[in-house]
Design a protein around this ligand. Structure first.
Ligand SMILES: Nc1ncnc2c1ncn2[C@@H]1O[C@H](COP(=O)(O)OP(=O)(O)O)[C@@H](O)[C@H]1O
Ligand SMILES: CC(=O)OP(=O)(O)O
Ligand SMILES: [Mg+2]
Length: 781
């Protein structure tokens, strides 16, 4: 494990004022409670802190916070945390004394920069009934941070985890937040939507969608200067945004109370970078209107009427922030008596801030027809901007009926794994069901009218020589149709969906995004088959490669996670779903991939054999050369192709196509399938490792199996240990919640990551960036 340095020079220490509400909490001190009785110390070489801590000597018996370690395991333990100190600079760490002498918990902050440390608090709407202030009692640090827990009996934990504290008082939470950020928390506001003029987000109903939705924005004051900052969590990027506010106090003094307006000049302070203190920000006029909150809980600071808006120097990505506050109507629900959500001065406004924008903004529907599933997502976007997802639906299990329906609107799970009753025989049937579910949802007024969807992006698995996404004109449609036989489980099915969209969404532009386009960078010596080159050229017989939309998403997300430019990122990525493939990505570009002329080559899948001796098929059955009875005018499939594409893989070995069942069963046929898959995957990892000359940042698992099967990940990485990949069992067994999540052992030569791939997002992003799509009319004419 890479152990961050631990200088003891203290830059701040705190928590000297005792919390006022001890009485309501049972103190563990003096009781028979042993927080660590159920767990045993680590046997690792971890050493204790350099300076032994003195016995608890601050304040009365009691504690400021609790943390749960080993959550959702038999060893789950609540640790009672006493006073804390923030020490060190490289990076700083919080040292918590716990209930017993010598019991210490250390929380390593991600870096020395306050811009990298964000204690996260939920929005009042996340817990509707109660005092919204109390949400400050629950602090989360998103993303893994190192925690080391030691008692006189030894070190019980030294690992990365999502750190969640529950504080006993709001005051101590605020003090703590200030200490870890070296910035005092001045105030906070719960907002429905945050957007900027470059992310213009209003629909035809005046509803607003934005960078951050249902978020608690926080205002901070630097402890060593007069700088103030506004921070919030941007949902669409799953990143913190922070803006430096110039002259906060003079601006508050000059506020316009009559119109409840405050103008703040602000500029982007990039995550992890020092604030830009040059003074070239353009003035802006923000029509923020809200009443002063009553005296803030934060260090007794006077919370003036507050803020909205940011106008940073040009070149930074945000020019305004618009904030729409929680509406009166909602705030008043169930607000009688003690449930009253509103505190005195609680921000409540009917009006929302509206920033005029020149951006055209639109809805994109992205359709991903896989061999066993159809997934669709709806995004809002404006030209050149990252899309924001507003809904995601899927029908899965098409190869293992009954299929299941899932529907998520924002963060709300509307339908979860519901058996589909009606007849779903094709990908297009699944798509029709999904579209209807979307349109019927009364809580999604944006899509009430089908006309609101301006662009539909379609994942088209085989794009032949297309190296870019294309608006689907009759000409493109026919070119894709010609490739149907080269992706028999996919292309014809996707074109059925395109036809449905032309019929059902007549005002939308249809765009084809090709799974093969990412692989157009594969060099000749890798993509050429050693056959007669004249025939190869005329029949376009070469390696194309697929799952490229997913690999494009994975490359960008992993590079972002590693903090590297994509052009310097080398990974071995595994997209393991119903169809499975591996890809060597060199400098952010596809260098090699396991699928070939068709998606049959390479790894086995749910119903596919993967690579076998090419002559096997002639020995399999005598009629393999004939057309299959299921050939249609759209698709000419031979018996041989049918056998290898639809009657092989997990289905032929085990009778099921559900790899979740296979990975957890002791049935010998399941075990054979599992071991065979691990063997084939490791074969590609080894090949690509050598092909990339060992210059590999990480092995990345994605796709339904890669994201969900900890057993498969563990088995693959175990076999690849000789190459320097190592799995961390506890990280590997955790739920995968982030877009990219680290499951590798600290200190190993190469990383091991899981990426929750999102092909729909990747298509919407490509379209939002594509000039020609904003100009053209496509199929409409
Ligand atoms: N809990 C699980 N563990 C392992 N595999 C799973 C689990 N849940 C689903 N899967 C596998 O994920 C596959 C679907 O992956 P996905 O990438 O969504 O497929 P598609 O190729 O249709 O896009 C299913 O075929 C199933 O075998
Ligand atoms: C290309 C391919 O096999 O796709 P899927 O895994 O979605 O079926
Ligand atoms: Mg897929």
């Amino acid at each position: 494990m890479a152990v961050p340095g631990s200088s003891t020079s203290s830059y701040v220490s705190s928590s000297h004022s005792a919390p006022t509400t001890y009485a309501q909490y049972a103190s563990p001190t003096g009781s028979a409670y042993t927080p660590n009785s159920a767990i045993s110390p680590l046997t690792s070489e971890s050493s204790g802190p350099e300076t032994p801590l003195r016995p608890l000597d601050l304040g009365p018996p009691g504690y400021h916070a609790t943390i749960i370690l080993f959550e959702q395991t038999p060893n789950e333990s609540t640790i009672y945390l006493g006073p804390w100190e923030v020490v060190g600079t490289d990076p700083p760490r919080v040292i918590w004394r716990c209930s017993y002498e010598g019991e210490v918990l250390e929380h390593y902050l991600p870096s020395d920069s306050p811009a990298d440390t964000h204690p996260y608090t939920l929005h009042a709407q996340h817990r509707r009934f109660g005092d919204p202030r109390e949400l400050e009692l629950y602090l989360t640090f998103k993303g893994p941070q190192r925690v080391r827990y030691e008692t006189p009996d030894g070190v019980f934990l030294d690992d990365y985890m999502e750190v969640k504290y529950e504080f006993t008082t709001i005051e101590s939470s605020i003090q703590f937040q200030g200490d870890v950020r070296r910035r005092d928390l001045v105030d906070w506001f719960d907002v429905d939507v945050i957007w900027s003029d470059t992310h213009g987000r209003t629909d035809n109903y005046g509803n607003v969608r934005g960078l951050g939705t249902i978020q608690r924005i926080k205002i901070w004051r630097d402890r060593y200067s007069t700088f103030h900052y506004i921070s919030f969590f941007a949902n669409h990027r799953r990143r913190w945004k922070e803006y430096l506010v110039n002259d906060f106090e003079p601006a508050v003094r000059q506020r316009d109370d009559r119109h409840r307006r405050l103008r703040l000049q602000a500029r982007g302070a990039r995550r992890g970078s020092a604030p830009d203190t040059s003074n070239q920000g353009r003035r802006f006029s923000a029509t923020s209107m809200f009443r002063p909150r009553q005296a803030s809980a934060a260090n007794g600071a006077q919370a003036g009427p507050s803020t909205v808006a940011a106008q940073p120097v040009s070149g930074l990505d945000v020019r305004y922030l618009g904030i729409q506050f929680t509406r009166n109507e909602r705030m008043q629900q169930g607000t009688d008596g003690p449930n009253m959500i509103e505190g005195p001065g609680w921000v409540r406004l009917r009006e929302h801030v509206y920033m005029p924008t020149e951006s055209v903004f639109t809805f994109i529907l992205s359709v991903n027809a896989g061999s066993s599933s159809v997934k669709i997502s709806v995004f809002t976007t404006s030209k050149g901007q990252d899309p924001t997802q507003i809904a995601e639906l899927q029908v899965s299990g098409l190869t293992s009926p009954p299929p299941k329906l899932d529907y998520k609107r924002g963060s709300t799970s509307v339908i979860k794994s519901q058996d589909v009753d009606g007849k779903i025989e094709s990908q297009d049937d699944a798509f029709s069901l999904l579209l209807q579910t979307l349109i019927d949802d009364a809580d999604l007024p944006e899509i009430k009218e089908k006309d609101h969807i301006a662009v539909v992006t379609h994942r088209i698995v085989h794009g032949g020589d297309f190296n870019n996404q294309e608006i689907i004109t009759p000409d493109t449609y026919h070119k894709i149709e010609e490739l149907n036989d080269l992706a028999p489980l996919h292309n014809a099915k996707s074109l059925e969906i395109v036809k449905s969209c032309i019929e059902k969404l007549p005002s939308a532009i249809n765009v084809a995004c090709f799974d093969s386009q990412f692989h157009s960078t594969i060099p000749d010596h890798i993509r050429t088959y050693p056959i007669d080159q004249a025939i190869a050229k005329s029949n376009r017989l070469r390696k194309y490669g697929f799952h490229g939309i997913s690999y494009a998403f994975i490359t960008r997300s992993v590079a972002d996670f590693l903090g590297k430019p994509p052009g310097e990122t080398n990974i071995i990525a595994l997209h393991l779903g119903s169809g499975a493939s591996a890809c060597a990505i060199k400098g952010g570009k596809s260098w090699d991939t396991s699928m070939g002329l068709t998606p049959l080559a390479g790894l086995p899948g749910a119903t596919r054999s993967g690579s076998v001796d090419p002559s096997l098929v002639f020995h399999y059955a005598s009629d393999v050369g004939r057309l299959s009875p299921s050939s249609t005018k759209e698709l000419h499939i031979s018996r041989a192709e049918e056998i290898l594409n639809q009657e092989s893989g997990w289905k032929s070995l085990t009778g099921t196509t559900n790899f979740g069942t296979i990975a957890t069963s002791s049935d010998p046929t399941h075990k054979l399938a599992f071991d065979l898959f691990v063997d084939r995957i490791c074969g590609f990892v080894g090949t690509y490792y050598v092909s990339l000359r060992g210059q590999v940042d990480a092995l990345v698992f994605a796709g339904g199996i890669g994201e969900k099967s900890e057993q498969l990940r563990a088995a693959v990485v175990e076999q690849c240990q000789c190459l320097g990949f190592e799995i961390d069992e506890s990280k590997n067994s955790k739920k995968i919640e982030s877009v990219v999540q680290d499951v590798g052992k600290g200190g190993a030569r190469h990383g091991v990551l899981v990426c929750q791939t999102d092909e729909q997002f990747e298509m919407a992003r490509a379209v939002a960036e594509d000039e020609k799509i904003w100009k053209e009319d496509g199929m409409k004419n």
